[in-house]
Design a protein around this ligand. Structure first.
Ligand SMILES: Cc1cc2nc3c(=O)[nH]c(=O)nc-3n(C[C@H](O)[C@H](O)[C@H](O)COP(=O)(O)OP(=O)(O)OC[C@H]3O[C@@H](n4cnc5c(N)ncnc54)[C@H](O)[C@@H]3O)c2cc1C
Length: 346
């Protein structure tokens, strides 16, 4: 029977390890907990249908990812008794005016045929937005997508670690360089991939996310995810606590300290979306998002028994669990739902 060594314990490595070990294969994960790990900084939004990206290979992957989430979480939380913070409260997508709202509604609702899990798609007036999310600005109309959800990257990772151990896998918090004698080695090293291979060429983007709390807020119900104008988004991380993001900075550096400029920019955005509320307890999370040139994840062998999964980009929390399922099936000779050749492209 094959044994698997996994180098990198972010969401990519943990998801693959979990699915392999659940199927009875010996797995050891090495994770050295680099500062800037993308998974623990992530906003964790699971709502791929609203994206304007046209790359069909990417869309098939994230659509399948969102479809798989409820089943995956139920199983994982069931065996570990740990919360992953997963919830499906829908997504409010804001648009500049009614014309853009209509175009977006047509574009998003057209995807329902192939993705019934996205639930209802509803046009909302500014007043309806305010009624659903009382602290949010009433400046913009919206499209509501019922199936939108979110997960907490850090909690999900803890649950996966517990799940891997539950099925007999090993998780070692240390760096790893593979030796000759090992069987299959899976590299899921995120932004740090160039220590191991040059192709596929993985770059990274520094992203900052501002966490804050409402001052004296009395909001009761959990709010949906908010997809703001342009690339902005907002998630409620716990009662009356929110995160807004993100910044996008292409870089070769591995600096994961928060920046003053990033914090100011995100604070300005927060006051734009929550104009009537004072915010406090600001902290900034910084993650290094791994990207390929075309922003399409790479999933495939790079040589002999070395397999790579990387470049999960902005949608890695959405895609990783299903990638874990598919890669485990592929490497153990079982059928896959996705054609993984689509992602082994160099
Ligand atoms: C601010 C932010 C917001 C995001 N929001 C969302 C979102 O809303 N929805 C969504 O779907 N996605 C989101 N993403 C994207 C998602 O978080 C990433 O795509 C995903 O986490 C990448 O996971 P990964 O496992 O490839 O890399 P990482 O999580 O970075 O993990 C790589 C791990 O490999 C380890 N490692 C590297 N080399 C070695 C070695 N030699 N030995 C041992 N360990 C090693 C590192 O220490 C690290 O722990 C966001 C990302 C960021 C940064």
């Amino acid at each position: 029977m094959s044994t698997f060594t996994i180098i990198g314990g972010g969401i990519a490595g943990a998801s693959i390890a979990y699915h392999l070990v659940k199927s009875g294969y010996p797995v050891t994960v090495y994770d050295r907990l680099d500062k800037g790990q993308a998974t623990s900084a992530s906003a964790g939004i699971i709502c791929p249908w609203v994206s304007q990206r046209r790359n069909q290979k990417w869309y098939r992957l994230v659509r399948e990812g969102a479809r798989y989430y409820p089943h995956f979480i139920k199983q994982l939380e069931g065996i570990t008794q740990l919360s992953t913070g997963y919830r499906k409260n829908g997504a409010i997508c804001l648009f500049k005016d009614n014309h853009i709202q209509q175009l977006a509604y047509d574009r998003i609702s057209a995807k329902q045929v192939d993705a019934p899990e996205m639930g209802k798609v509803i046009k909302m007036t500014k007043q309806q937005v305010k009624a659903m999310h009382p602290y949010l600005t009433d400046s913009y109309p919206a499209v509501f997508v019922e199936g939108g959800g979110q997960v907490n990257g850090e909690k999900l990772l803890s649950a996966l670690k517990a799940g891997i151990r539950h099925y007999g896998g090993q998780w070692l918090e240390q760096a790893k360089k593979p030796t000759e004698i090992e069987d299959t080695v899976i590299y899921t090293a995120g932004a740090w991939s160039r220590e191991h291979y040059q192709q596929p060429n993985i770059k990274h983007q520094r992203a900052e996310l501002l966490h804050f709390k409402f001052l004296a807020a009395d909001q009761q119900a959990e709010t949906p995810v908010v997809m703001g104008l342009g690339p902005m988004y907002i998630v409620e991380t716990e009662k009356n606590n929110f995160a807004i993001g993100t910044t996008h900075e292409d870089t070769d550096a591995f600096n994961s300290d928060p920046s003053r400029e990033g914090q100011h920019y995100l604070y300005d955005q927060a006051t734009r979306y929550f104009p009537d509320t004072r915010i406090e307890n600001q902290t900034v999370a910084v993650g290094l998002r791994p990207f390929t040139r075309d922003s399409l994840p790479y999933i495939g062998y790079v040589k002999d028994n070395n397999f790579v999964v990387n470049g999960l980009g902005s949608s890695g929390l959405t895609a990783a669990p299903v990638i874990g399922r598919e890669v485990a099936n592929y490497l153990t000779g079982r059928e896959t739902v996705l054609d993984l050749n689509d992602y082994a492209y160099f």
